[in-house]
Design a binder for this molecule. Structure first.
Ligand SMILES: Cc1cc2nc3c(=O)[nH]c(=O)nc-3n(C[C@H](O)[C@H](O)[C@H](O)COP(=O)(O)OP(=O)(O)OC[C@H]3O[C@@H](n4cnc5c(N)ncnc54)[C@H](O)[C@@H]3O)c2cc1C
Length: 464
């Protein structure tokens, strides 16, 4: 990157929001995946006007720009694959407005997920998506990856709550999309096109979110099974039973072993576990749904069924579930964490298929996930300095993607395409759909300056 361009960038944000220091460049080289690439400069804009001026400059000089939230992404989406400028939005972190009678919260992109929850709690409201990284990830990152979480089965994902956006386009123009209304069919739905676009179409500078009243009653139950296939079949039947649990998670034998060995929470022995939560605005409502769930668990011969007696016991179980990925990661220096998703009825097939594939590639792995919405997280551990293990983990991941697509599923339910899944877009999307995506990219970002190297666009167009 030329010196005069660096100076122009520094002039826009001020020296306090600009860095070429190695420590900052290295921090912005990584996200939570194994991908990495170093940027030329790191920038922390503090308002929309600065973002607009930066993009205007970048557009004119074909300078690549990679937006970034907290860098917790698991697909390499925030890694600056073509160097250039990292635009770290974490200093735009104001909760601008909370309008309870409208069911709307207005936030800047750098607000941390959990900080919005804390601000909403006194009003008896919440923002449901609940990513396990909620203590650190930003709402801008959540919108850009369409993040989901434990409550997806009942409450959906981030996209279901984004009403409107302020976005800075690649050439620096500022666009508002959507509105603070609960419904609108006015024009094309630009808001939802931008949700999940991973910073490739524009920089999100303000978000209008729909919020929900907090349920007042919650029941949590765990059930142990003889095998993962039996637990998978039970999940399908719970969904068929006519109630939608607020959380319906599945953990395989390997995950249970890792948790038993490394976490302080005592868990019963078994080969698979289902963790279910029901909620409602009255105790009777939560009980009614949990009774239905329990009947199905019994019909499927769950070995042991335990209900959390207190809110504290219940929170302990969810803490264990949230920790599963991080605890398993300790088994090897590196891991890939996938988030393949299939129609709910295909969960048993995917569970069995994943276990067979990874076992055949002889790598340590765990499988857990949000079975209630068909989203599973196979996590495969490997040593990045061992070329053979790297080859095996790549092959195993590809085999999992192929199986998922054969089952009518999708490469990613919540982590995004990023660099990790870019080579596999053709497995899921037909040539016409890929063509339309490429045309949209050209329309929004004719010079391909926004987050290049992601989404599977032809590499020769990227990193110019
Ligand atoms: C321990 C752990 C648990 C996790 N659990 C979950 C989970 O349960 N569910 C889930 O969905 N994910 C999960 N993740 C993945 C990750 O936390 C999410 O993808 C999250 O949404 C990323 O937010 P971030 O602020 O870290 O964004 P980053 O990783 O910094 O960026 C993610 C993407 O968003 C883009 N972006 C960021 N801000 C903007 C902006 N303002 N405008 C335009 N583009 C932008 C970036 O360019 C990048 O493409 C987990 C990660 C970890 C490490």
């Amino acid at each position: 990157m030329e010196e005069r361009l660096k100076q122009a960038v520094r002039d826009i944000v001020g020296p306090e929001n600009y860095s070429e220091a190695l420590i900052d460049l290295i921090s912005h080289t990584y996200d939570a995946s194994a991908h990495h690439h170093r940027p030329d400069v790191s920038v922390w804009p503090v308002n929309t006007k600065q973002v607009s001026r930066l993009l205007n400059l970048a557009h004119a000089h074909h300078l690549t720009v990679t937006p970034r939230g907290a860098g917790t992404g698991l697909a390499g989406s925030a890694v600056p694959a073509c160097s250039g400028m990292v635009l770290d939005l974490c200093r735009m972190n104001r909760i601008v407005d909370i309008r309870i009678p409208d069911r709307v919260a207005v936030v800047e992109p750098g607000v941390v997920y959990q900080d919005l929850q804390k601000a909403l709690r006194p009003y008896g409201f919440f923002f449901p998506p609940d990513p396990a990284s909620g203590k650190v990830c930003t709402l801008g990152g959540n919108v850009a990856t369409n993040a989901g979480g434990l409550k997806g089965a009942k409450y959906g994902v981030t996209r279901d709550y984004v009403l409107g956006l302020e976005v800075v386009l690649a050439d620096g123009r500022i666009m508002r999309s959507g509105s603070g209304c609960m419904k609108s069919v006015s024009g094309y739905d630009l808001t939802h096109l931008l949700v999940g676009s991973e910073g490739t179409l524009g920089i999100i500078t303000e978000i209008l979110l729909k919020i929900d009243p907090l349920p007042r009653a919650v029941r949590t139950t765990l059930a142990m099974f003889e095998g993962i296939a039996a637990a998978g079949r039970c999940v399908s039947d719970i969904i068929r039973s006519g109630v939608v649990p607020s959380v319906l998670e599945i953990l395989d034998e390997n995950t249970l072993k890792v948790l038993q060995n490394h976490s302080k929470i005592p868990l019963p022995r078994g080969k698979a576990m289902i963790l279910a939560e029901t909620d409602g605005y009255t105790e009777a409502e939560a009980d009614f749904q949990m009774d239905r769930v329990t009947k199905v668990l019994k019909r499927h011969r769950a070995k042991e069924i335990l209900q959390a007696g207190t809110a504290q016991e219940s929170e302990q179980l969810w803490e264990a579930r949230r920790a599963a990925g991080s605890v398993a990661a300790n088994l090897r220096p590196a891991n890939v964490s996938e988030d393949v998703t299939v129609p709910i009825s295909k969960v048993p097939d995917l569970l069995i298929g994943i276990s067979t594939i990874v076992r055949d590639h002889q790598l340590p792995f765990v499988v857990f996930g949000h079975a209630g919405d068909g989203n599973l997280h196979p996590k495969i551990m490997y040593d990045p300095t061992d070329a053979d293990e790297v080859r095996r983990v790549t092959r195993a991941s590809e085999a999992i993607f192929r199986l998922t697509c054969r089952l009518g599923g999708t490469l990613t339910g919540e982590h995004g395409i990023g660099m990790a899944k870019a080579p596999y877009m053709g497995l899921e999307h037909d040539a016409v759909a890929l063509d339309v995506m490429a045309a949209l990219k050209r329309l929004f970002d004719p010079h391909h300056i926004l987050n290049p190297g992601k989404m599977g666009f032809p590499p020769e167009r990227e990193c110019a």
